[in-house]
Write a protein that binds this ligand. Structure first.
Ligand SMILES: Cc1cc2nc3c(=O)[nH]c(=O)nc-3n(C[C@H](O)[C@H](O)[C@H](O)COP(=O)(O)O)c2cc1C
Length: 193
């Protein structure tokens, strides 16, 4: 059975979704690994159509790895994602996500407007669930040359012109997806005694 990795994101205007697609590309480049793109409903509820399905708790329970992405909203993850995590107590009680690899990604409109705090805020619920956080090591050359997004805490994108992502942002997002998938495949069915 293939290694199934969730790419969970929320995106109101498409920038975080574009980054999610790059992460998924990196995941799908690894042999026998499959990216499943999922999102969460708006808060407050809206009639806006989303192009990917909403994530269910069963899908989260059964994943081998997880990438989670958000727009930067006041230096933090967007409320719809936070709300989703606040419904995951049954998985926390059962320890369903313990020792599964996870990574994070974010999009913001200003370079120093909170990408790193948002990436770190997204890691908190994942750590509470016992997940293993995967970052981007400085052995990735693009981390040294990027003038926009891309951090050791996770992939990121400086949104400006819709659809415009720098080559470094794309490379770092794909590398993170590839790294997450490789580790998820190796750690599949692993549990620390
Ligand atoms: C409620 C709200 C708060 C925001 N706060 C920030 C912020 O703190 N820093 C920043 O750089 N951009 C901020 N932005 C801009 C978004 O992070 C940015 O446009 C992002 O790329 C949107 O992602 P999306 O296209 O996936 O929705 C905010 C946008 C909204 C709607």
């Amino acid at each position: 059975m293939s290694t199934r990795i969730l790419v969970l994101y929320y995106s109101r205007h498409g920038s975080t979704q574009a980054l999610a697609r790059q992460i998924a590309r990196g995941i799908n480049s690894v042999s026998d690994c499959e990216a499943l793109l999922r999102t969460v409903p708006d808060i407050p509820p809206s009639t806006e159509q989303h192009s990917d399905p909403y994530l269910t708790l069963d899908e989260l329970k059964d994943c081998d790895g997880l990438a989670m992405g958000s727009p930067v909203w006041f230096g933090n993850m967007a409320a719809p994602l936070k709300h989703f995590w606040d419904t995951t107590t049954p998985l926390w009680v059962s320890g369903a996500l313990i020792d599964r690899p996870a990574c994070v990604f974010a999009s913001s409109s200003s370079l120093h407007g909170g990408q790193e705090s948002t990436l770190q805020s997204m890691q908190l619920p994942l750590l509470h669930h016992g997940m293993l956080i995967v970052g981007i090591p400085y052995s990735e050359p693009a981390l040294h040359t990027t003038q926009t997004g891309g951090t050791p805490y996770g992939a990121s994108h400086l949104s400006g012109t819709p659809g415009q992502m720098s080559q470094e942002e794309k490379t770092l997002a794909q590398q993170l997806g590839c790294r997450l998938a490789t580790l998820s495949a190796r750690l599949k069915n692993y549990q620390c005694d």
